[in-house]
Design a protein around this ligand. Structure first.
Ligand code: ATP
Length: 230
């Protein structure tokens, strides 16, 4: 699905990523964990085509997309769940859901969205601005599913949300995986990461320093928390 080889990234003269290798398979959920400043956001921005000062290669669904602009990556099936949630404040929940262009025949219908996210069905006429943090996060995820994206990239979907909402987001990520869609998420919440992901990459100072399957990740949870300083 996604293969990243030797990815380097710069901000002017300053190098932020130093040869990152990672992969995400079909229907796999993979997390990227690391301290603040490790390069997680830069990496995701490189993958979605928003950071262009890069070296190395990114291939998606067997195609080299390294030089491809962001809008074409989206059309190819790369879905970004924006970290600021990117919701149109002046539009209702349903209007927000009707906006995304369909990029594959896996696009979720409105009915399917409302079945998976009953809270969005209840709030369908509500303006985007009146949603709680958790509802906004669900709307952001649902909007990407509406496109039929094959890979979802998420930046800390659990951040700032109540535990019950985090658990619901976890369940949704597992449901998404069941449909064969892949997920790559940045996550600082190690406990949450362990409940949703198949594999994990630990990023430190712009390098992948560990690649762990979930059982190993769970065994080393205490050590990882120490590394992350949280
Ligand atoms: P956080 O969790 O704090 O967002 P992160 O792991 O996502 O951290 P990045 O934001 O990708 O890390 O930052 C990686 C490195 O790149 C850091 O050294 C940071 O200072 C630098 N960096 C990030 N954005 C810029 C920018 N716009 N200009 C210059 N340097 C930047």
């Amino acid at each position: 699905m996604l293969e990243v080889t030797g990815l380097r990234a710069w901000y002017g003269e300053a190098q932020a990523l130093h040869g990152v290798n990672l992969s995400v398979g079909e229907g796999e959920v993979v997390t990227l964990v690391g301290r603040n400043g490790a390069g997680k956001t830069t990496l995701v921005r490189c993958l979605i085509g928003l950071h262009r000062q890069v070296g190395g290669t990114v291939s998606f669904l067997g195609r080299d997309i390294t030089g491809m602009p962001a809008h074409r990556r989206a059309r190819a099936g790369m879905g970004w769940v924006q970290d600021d949630r990117g919701i149109y404040a002046g539009l209702t929940v349903e209007e927000n859901l009707l906006l995304p262009p369909k990029v594959s025949d896996r696009a979720w219908t409105l009915d399917r969205v409302y079945e998976a996210f009953p809270v969005l069905a209840d709030r369908r006429k509500a303006p985007g601005t009146t949603l709680s943090g958790g509802e906004q996060q669900m709307l952001a995820i649902a909007r990407v599913l509406r496109t039929g994206a094959r890979l979802l990239l998420m930046d800390e979907p659990s951040e700032g949300l109540a535990p019950v909402v985090v658990a619901r987001i976890g369940a949704i990520i597992r449901e998404i995986k069941e449909t064969g869609v892949s997920v790559l998420l940045i996550e600082q919440n190690v406990k949450f990461a362990a409940t949703v992901a198949d594999r994990h990459y630990l990023l430190s100072q712009g390098r992948i320093v560990e690649a762990l399957d979930n059982s190993e990740f769970r065994r080393r949870e205490v050590q990882l928390l120490e590394h992350l300083g949280i």
